[in-house]
Structure formats: C-alpha cells, structure tokens
Design a protein around this ligand. Sequence first.
Ligand code: LRH
Ligand code: MN
Ligand code: MN
Length: 396
Amino acid sequence: MNTSTLFQALDQQRIETPSWGYGNSGTRFKTFTSAGAARDVYEKIEDAAEVHRLTGIAPSVALHIPWDEVADYSELRRFAEGRGVALGAINPNVFQDDAYKLGSIAHPDAGVRAQAVDHLLDCVAIMKQTGSRDLSLWFADGTNYAGQDDLRARKRRVREALAQVHDALPEGSRMLVEYKLFEPAFYATDLFDWGAAYAHCLAIGEKAQVLVDLGHHAQSVNIEQIVAFLLDEGRLGGFHFNARRYADDDLIVGTTNPFELFCIYAELVAAQRSEDDLTRSTAQNTAYMIDQSHNIEPKVEAMVQSVLNCQDAYAKSLLIDRERLAAAQQTGDVLEAHRTLTDAFRTDVRPLLADWRRARGLPEDPIATHRASGYQQGAARKRGTASAGGGFPVKS
Ligand code: LRH
Ligand code: MN
Ligand code: MN
C-alpha cells in the first residue's frame, strides 16, 4: 500500500471517547481525586474536545444517562458541536438505583422491569435530540447464588425488554448489546458472553448488534475470533476498548496486549475489504469506542494514549501483506503465514504516523504538545481538586 492510500485509510479512523473517563472514578477500594478532573458533562465534553484536537480521530463523546443528565439535550449537542465534537452513543444506566438490587430488565418484579424499560425508552428519546445513532446497553443483571432466581425466566425477561426497546428505535439507529463474563453478579450474569448477546440480537431484529468490550472476557479467550465470527454474521456492532488485566476494564487499551489489539484490527481491515456485502457493511459501520476510567494516571493524557494505541494497531494492520498471507494460508505454510502477520506487527509505524499528523496539521507528538500546552494546569485552576462528582465515584 502506498503512502497516500495509507494516509487516506488513516483519515477514516474514528474512536469515540467516554464522558465517564474524564471525571473522577476509581476501584471498589479507593477513588483518588485528580486536580482538574471534569465535574460535569460540559467539562467532560471540553476534555473530549481536547483529545480530538490533539489526535484528529476522536470526534465524538459517549454519554452515560443519568450520570450526564441535563434538562436540554439539544442545547448540550450545540455545546459539543461548538467545541468541535459530536455526541455519540447513549449509555442508559440501570444499575445504580436501589430498585435494581436484584436486577433491572431481569428483575423478578414486573414493576422494576417496567421502571428499567422506561429509562431505556427515555434514552431512545434522548438519542433523537443528541443526534446519536447507537443506544449502548449493558446490564449488571445476574445472581450471586445458585437457586437465587430462575435462570430461564430471567432469560425470557431480558428478551422481552430488549425486544420492546428494539421496536422503539428509530430507523437508522441501533442497539448495541454488551455482554460481560462476571461482575457485579458472581454466580450467573444474564448476558454472560457473546453467544448470549448474539442469540438475543438474532431473535429481536436487525437493529440489534453485539458490542465487544475487551475487558469482559476470561483471560484466555480469543477475542479476534469472536470479532471475525460476528463480522461474518453481520452482527458486530461495536467495541469498548480497554485492557482485560484489570478484571473488568479501565486499563489503557494496547498497553499489556498490543498484539491482541493488532489482531482485532487485522480482522476488521480484512472485513472492510471483504467481497461479501454484509460483512463489508458491518465492518464499515462498526462503532469504535473507548470504555476506560483512569484512577492513577492523568485522565486526558491517558485518553490520548488510548486513541494513539488504537491508531498504531490500525496502521500496522493496514501494512499486512494480504497476498502473501493468502498464499501462505492456501499452501499450509503455517510459519510463513504467521510471519506475514508479525512482520506487519513489528513495523515501527511511529514515523509514518508522525508524517500523517504533520500533513494533517496535527501535533506530531500529541502527548508532549498536551503537556506543554498548560491545558491540565488550567483545568486544575478552574475546576479545583476535590471534584468527585459528575461520574461514578466508585466503580466495581
Ligand atoms: C461495565 C461497562 C459498561 C458500562 C461501563 C461504565 O463494566 O463496561 O459498558 O456502561 O462499564
Ligand atoms: Mn463497557
Ligand atoms: Mn466494563
């Protein structure tokens, strides 16, 4: 691939950052407050805009409702657009009210289920004002003890609620169904893996797609294979990027497992070029989102680093010699096929990406530019230090 084709491909990349990554948040053990952490949704949007200014490929920010609740979402949309970013996926939150102790859409009580569905439908209405395409759904629902509830009944309740929300989605929008192996429920999680999410999506309709959060798998699970499978079935909706060493999410994507991130992008790039229309359009419409909340590192800097790690993985995956790979696969030359991948992975793409940034009027070293800009010090002066509000103070 020549440089101008590579640059054009790099221009297409988009990574959405999460509002909740800019406020103070922590582990179940401790929330460390950071000087200058965003206190409300407006400051979160300002930080997301800073990440986009520095990287050029993070033009939208996901919202979590009610963490980011405002009276007027059209006004919030104008505020964001005025700062150069769009409002992205809407993430309803049905896991923090006292009513949800035994679950939300899988709760044994029909009244609680209705309360949860009402909130999901409110979020569908919000999407229309924010201009969001995707409703991003994750449920903390599950049980802690064998016998605590009827597992099949819970499955049917989940199906019924998801179908209701699906049917309320406007044309052109989607619901992304996120699964998670465990936590906060530790015996059974209602949406426990990609297969459960996929089965529900298939049953409820075309607007339902699976969301793969990299943090939500057992350590040895091959995520790129799940990605390939869902792409081929036309049901991959999007990603929550992070790193799974933290049991859940929150560690910077591509830090401990850059080869895995590269392999995931390798599947996506291959699917974008597929001759199969469904696979190709699924890959082209995949939403790339970060789901990280940083506890000990500077938040804006950490988000910039996350976006850059995705760019690095994507650039390397564009360099894979696909003809050499196909030939090696066809002849059963196992090591040649593997070496074709690792040749691309081991290429130092930093000079190429610095050139791309220079050509696009972006800072060659976004982190150094951010550090030198005084943005962080300005935020600390303006926002102060002990600002634990605006996001989830403790995340488990
Ligand atoms: C759950 C999760 C889900 C939530 C986010 C804050 O672990 O990944 O996507 O909405 O974290
Ligand atoms: Mn997630
Ligand atoms: Mn998570």
